[in-house]
Design a protein. Sequence first.
Lengths: 417, 293
Amino acid sequence: MRRSVGVAAASAAVAALVTGCGGGGPQSGGDQKLTGDKIVLGVLNDQSGAYSELSGKNSVKAVEMAIADFKAKYGDKAITKNISVETADHQNKPDVANSKAQEMYDRKGVDAILDVPTSSAALKVADVAKEKKKLYFNIGAATTELTGKSCNKYTFHYAYDTYMLAHGTGTVTTQQVGKNWYILYPNYAFGQDMEKSFSTAIGAAGGTVVGKDGAPFPNTSGDYSSFLLKAPTLNPKPQVLGTMQAGAELVNVVKQYNEFKLRDKGIGLAVGLMFITDIHSLTPAALAGTTYTDAWYWNFDQQNREWADKFQKETDTRPSFAHAANYSAAMQYLEAVQAAGTDDADAVVKGLEGKEVNDVFLRNGKIRAEDHRVLHDAYLAQVKPQAEVTEPWDYVKILKTIPAAEAFRAPSPDCQM
Amino acid sequence: MSGFLQNTFNGLVGGAFYALLALGLAVIFGMLRVVNFAHGAFYMLGAFGAYVLLAEAGVPFWAALVIMPLALGLLGMVLERAVIHRLTRLDPLYNFLLTFGLTLILQDLVKSRYGVQSSPYATPTELSGSVDFGLFDFPTYRVFILGFTVLLCGAVWWVLGRTRIGMVVRAATERPELTRAFGIDVGKWVTPVFGFGIALAGLAGVLAAPMRAVNPLMGADLIIVVFAVVVIGGLGSIFGSVAAGFGIGLIQAWGEAYLSDFPIVSQTVVFVVMAAVLLWRPAGLFGREEAPA
């Protein structure tokens, strides 16, 4: 198809003019319609701070793996072989994320931005995507606002959200471990959102929140003992401590939970948001028996494991669910461009909406047209006792698969595309 | 009542870390007039060193408790001779900037090698149980930290108050010119005192490893509060730094336990106390006004 460079350049120029005028025309069969005859993916995430391990540079690797697999799959039939990745560090700051996203779309020729952990930063990028009419696949952030009042035509929420975490862990833990909860959360937007989502899920499952406390955020003293001492004295006594802390703060809470031997006092531990990297730093021994909701687990089945092996060759470590989701989102975007025959954002969105997908990350996946929530199976995971850990990074067993249809909330009426 | 005692005990344990760090800062400031911003980074190195020793060489906690302070104290002495010493005659701001730069370098070196994810460190098995105090029980490890710190602070106090070295250090801290005029070589003691202060930070780091998240930023998070402690106690006041360290630990623990419905209050109480002390006694609770030059 790509015989004449002149034709390609001319059609690229036409495509540039068309998109420049703000309207994507209908695709006439066979013509190449890529701006600049290339596809550029932008990975915007935390490359030096608290989330750089669970996403960071290894998310870039995952996207590069997707590009390689896409090229291998289509060979000469690929819409283009000129696919590249741009990356930037948003330092988890909304203002930095905002300017980096603008730079990516305007100056670096990025067709789609991926990843963007930290909810406040993620919401800023959604605004930029809407304004520039360019695609944005959020993977790293948890806020349901991305598919609520901040939803827009060009933004897709791919991997997880606070509803998924709370619904899975809150419901099943209430049914199986205990009805009375004490909730400890970091006192800022994410923590408050998590606390509300958990309280709702616990109530719906027939449980009670007997106490809840917002710990300072950031907690400079690193000490949570006053909350951990309070938990056993509550009346009725809680059977579950639900912690919504993340990253290093989660590590502090769990270390001190073990120090005060709350498990021996009959208080189990449930964690709001945990990545495989957190379990690695705490060691499975410190977390044995803890339940949490996972969006994906590398050793769940043979397909995941094969992908994780490839990932390990590139990075020397096992993937978090965010890494797998970055791979999947990049792949689904490229597939959509291939199918549409153009990188025109409106055409690609049209192809993605309502699409049913199965790949290494998305099981029973469906891209919901109403709010752009990407639905897929989620998993209730439990950390294994140390004795059952037979290889590095194989830290959890999957107790239950939560079907895609139940894992996420119904479309929110707040979302007006 | 037992809840109150538990929270008090906790406050003292948290305060023990502040006291160890503030004590080091105070002797360094007293002797060198250097505000050592890198103190938190050495605390972090202490904890990381313990982790690396255990993970890569199987060196247990008890050995790390000796090795890390010695190694870091030595590193501190080298740094004092190599760079800090050269700037002491200039405006104190220069050394403040230098140590700030050192902090960034040390943090990023550790970050580039070990990443930002926290590293695992288990409580030594001998100390992993809990002690029954009748009214309440408490993790053995915390009891150990409190006892160990109190002993150490007592020992430092004894050395400073009862020995010849201590006398020289106290004299040099309070009236450096006069001490020199008596023919005492103050310069000779500057480097070991700096090393000692750093060793205390390293020791606090090793003690923190089993109960706090071990990551490159652990010191940066803590050092701001420690500076507030030093200011409250009085810059350069050895007794003041220890007393203020334990005091602030208590205030924080009580604040978190009884004011948790007002997070703004419990988060800022340390700095409110600092501001009040500065207004009431600008030299700190136990500090002395600097003699007019």
